[in-house]
Design a protein around this ligand. Structure first.
Ligand code: UDP
Length: 321
């Protein structure tokens, strides 16, 4: 199994999930945002999707399927540097797809995002909800989904695109967790505030049309995401075509609810200040994952928000990187 981007946050947890199932893993990563310490399973291929010649090393040994996590993933940065995002996320994916085709590899799990939906028009988003990304990051993910649909028709490529809602939590027992520079995500920032690290916590906007005025998100444990990837691989044995599934727990938590849950988990006072809205944030993003549950047999095991925050807390108190 080739895991592209396996030194990053979700990719490393997927590599761990595969290794736990006894799958032989190779990780392709240029460590541009990934971590050398997260390369704990299988051999490491130091290659870059933007350098097609470097991909040959990844396919020198037989590859039965690919998981693809390589991407730039900061929404704000994508607005400021759209060429970087389209180049890395779209052109990079095309290079990978061409290498897969050249080497006769016919199954792919692609790391997509709820950002393909833009500003949702429904309280709970299923796969039939219209896609209308509002930033280059979301657009780049949707473009790849479109390429995969065309590749299914033209070349018979089997693929599953998994649209994550808010990935959170960690497998600190396996020495991996969430570590971004800069860190923009809510739960790591809340936990850093609990530890007295980093800048004071800012809550971006308290005047949204939600119960307490702060944004509502659907947080899903990274190990549950990893499990969905493994299931998707198996599922493609019997299912041709290009498919998309939304992955979330189906329950929304406001920013202030996350702060309160983190206070309960950590036992610490977590101070915050209310700051202006962050550009591009929709008020509510909650998944319907009925399709993943029914078709992939996916059941999140760590759905409780306290469990998710507790696993992130264990990591942030003693991060390995
Ligand atoms: N957020 C916040 N303060 C932070 C980081 C995030 O108030 O330091 C808010 C953000 O505006 C959004 C929610 O928390 O409403 C989740 O943001 P995150 O960046 O974790 O994920 P996103 O939903 O943007 O993918």
């Amino acid at each position: 199994m080739l895991v592209c981007g396996g030194a990053g946050y979700v990719g490393a947890h997927a590599a761990y999930a595969l290794a736990r199932r006894g799958v032989r893993v190779s990780v392709l990563d240029n460590l541009s945002t990934g971590h050398r310490q997260a390369l704990r399973w299988g051999r490491w291929i130091d290659a870059d999707l933007l350098d097609p010649a470097s991909l040959d090393a990844a396919f020198a040994e037989p590859v039965d399927a690919v998981m693809h996590f390589c991407a730039r993933s900061l929404v704000g940065e994508s607005v400021a540097e759209p060429y970087d995002y389209y180049l890395n996320n779209v052109a990079g994916s095309l290079n990978l797809l061409r290498a897969m085709r050249a080497h006769g590899v016919g199954r792919l799990v692609f790391s997509s995002s709820a950002a393909v939906f833009g500003r949702p028009r429904a309280p709970r988003i299923d796969e039939d909800h219209p896609t209308a990304p509002i930033n280059p990051y979301g657009a780049s993910k949707l473009m790849v989904e479109r390429i995969l649909a065309d590749a299914a028709r033209a070349y018979g490529l089997r693929s599953v695109s998994l649209r994550y809602f808010n990935a959170a939590g960690a497998a600190s027992e396996a020495g991996i967790g969430e570590s971004h520079t800069p860190e923009t995500h809510l739960i790591p920032n809340v936990l850093r505030a609990a530890l007295g690290q980093g800048a004071p916590l800012r809550v971006f906007g308290d005047d949204y049309d939600t119960a307490d005025g702060t944004c509502v998100r659907d947080y899903v444990h990274v190990l549950d995401l990893a499990d969905a990837h493994v299931r998707a691989l198996d599922w493609m044995h019997a299912n041709a075509g290009a498919h998309c599934f939304n992955l979330g727990n189906g329950t929304g938590f406001s920013v202030l609810e996350i702060v309160r849950a983190a206070r309960r988990v950590t036992g610490r006072e977590i101070a915050y200040e209310v700051a202006p809205r962050r550009e591009g944030d929709p008020a509510v993003l909650v998944a319907s994952s009925a399709a993943a549950r029914e078709r992939l047999g996916w059941t999140p095991r760590h759905g409780a928000i306290e469990d998710i925050i507790d696993s992130a807390w264990r990591w942030h108190r003693a991060p390995a990187y």
